[in-house]
Write a protein that binds this ligand. Structure first.
Ligand SMILES: O=c1ccn([C@@H]2O[C@H](COP(=O)(O)OP(=O)(O)O)[C@@H](O)[C@H]2O)c(=O)[nH]1
Ligand SMILES: O=C(O)[C@@H](COP(=O)(O)O)O[C@H]1O[C@H](CO)[C@@H](O)[C@H](O)[C@H]1O
Length: 311
């Protein structure tokens, strides 16, 4: 069922489904008693979260057993919009009451393991624009049909709206300028993962609850490296989801994201990080430059399996 594997690179290639052809009915049959949860991490996504939920709702009750929005401390109406669209909304505090929450994407993905009991968890970003309803089926396909696969990363074209509203590939700036070059340098066996930072991926509960979760935007690269380290390349798959469009943050915010990703990546590779904050410079209208300092936090959350829960 796999597509053509990528050309051989150092280490074993990652199993790649370039033209996934499973039908939803085939996947429902393949579940065999396993349960599937879809989790949308959401921080102030009131504008887009309903559209993402609507793309998944037709699967609820069949392929999907639980559709959860893990609210990341939103100050807009993300929770209200998500609930009205039919998702179950869980706050960080509700997910794990006995552990005070910290900010960041990694925190909500970690807490989502406690917020659902599903055997397979699919993460889908809540800032997607017109997501394809087949994202979730394609992501769970390899896990449901291919024994041993425990983490499936989505990959896609990432068109970028230019001023002329033309679509041209240009998304994934941190992926192309930071994550991919650093992985080539430090973990070449992961060089052929097309979207190492991609926010659309599926994992088994057994895997996800056994790993630490890096904070903030380091979570994806941390899980990818840890899965490779602990389970080997055969546990990782990647599947072509077609086209993905999302909200694009300004460069300064991606600089902060990059600092987090670099810190996590270095630490996972046994290289000390200075823990120095990121200092950025914003040009003022009078020609001067104002500094903006952002601290980096690299403390992981421990594997959820090690947390005693107050049920
Ligand atoms: O502290 C955070 C930061 C991000 N997110 C969510 O994680 C996903 C991806 O984050 P973002 O859109 O900021 O990354 P980008 O896709 O722009 O690179 C989105 O659904 C965010 O709402 C979150 O839940 N908590
Ligand atoms: O890939 C990237 O370079 C960044 C930023 O993407 P864009 O340059 O705004 O398309 O997005 C990554 O990081 C996000 C946060 O973890 C994820 O949600 C995206 O899926 C991931 O691609």
């Amino acid at each position: 069922m796999t597509g053509a594997l990528p050309a051989a690179v150092p280490g074993r290639p990652i199993a790649t489904w370039d033209r996934p052809a499973w039908t939803v009915a085939e996947l429902v049959a393949a579940k065999g008693g396993r349960t599937v949860a879809v989790v949308l991490p959401a921080l102030n996504e009131a504008d887009t979260v309903a559209g993402v939920i609507e793309s998944i709702m037709p699967l609820v009750g069949g392929l999907v057993d639980d559709l959860v929005v893990l609210d990341s401390g939103s100050t807009d109406d993300t929770a209200g919009v998500a609930q009205a669209a039919g998702a179950r909304v869980v706050s960080r505090e509700q997910a794990l009451p006995q552990v005070p929450p910290v900010d960041g994407k990694g925190e909500v993905l970690w807490r989502s393991i406690a917020a659902t009991t599903a055997d397979i968890i699919v993460f889908i970003d809540a800032d997607l624009v017109s997501p394809d309803p087949m994202f979730v089926p394609k992501l769970v396909g390899p896990i449901l049909t291919c024994a041993g696969v425990e983490l499936v990363k989505g990959y896609y074209r990432r068109p970028w709206r230019t001023a002329a509203q033309h679509l041209e590939d240009g998304g994934g700036r941190v992926t192309e300028l930071v994550a991919r070059p650093l992985l080539a340098a430090l973990r070449p066996e992961l060089s052929h993962v097309v979207q190492p930072l991609g926010g659309e991926y599926a994992g088994t509960r057994a895997l996800l609850s056994s790993l630490p979760f890096a904070p903030g935007y380091g979570v994806e690269v941390g899980l990818l490296i840890d899965t490779h380290e602990t389970r080997g390349p055969a546990a990782i798959g990647q599947v072509n989801l077609g086209v993905r469009m999302h909200r694009h943050r300004p460069l300064t915010e991606l600089g902060v994201m990059s600092r987090q990703i670099v810190g996590t990546l270095l630490r996972r590779c046994g290289i000390d990080d200075s823990l120095a904050p990121l200092v950025q410079f914003a040009a003022a209208t009078d020609g001067s430059f104002a500094t903006q300092v952002t601290e980096v936090v690299l403390a992981d959350r421990p594997p959820m399996a090690s947390i005693r829960r107050e049920d």
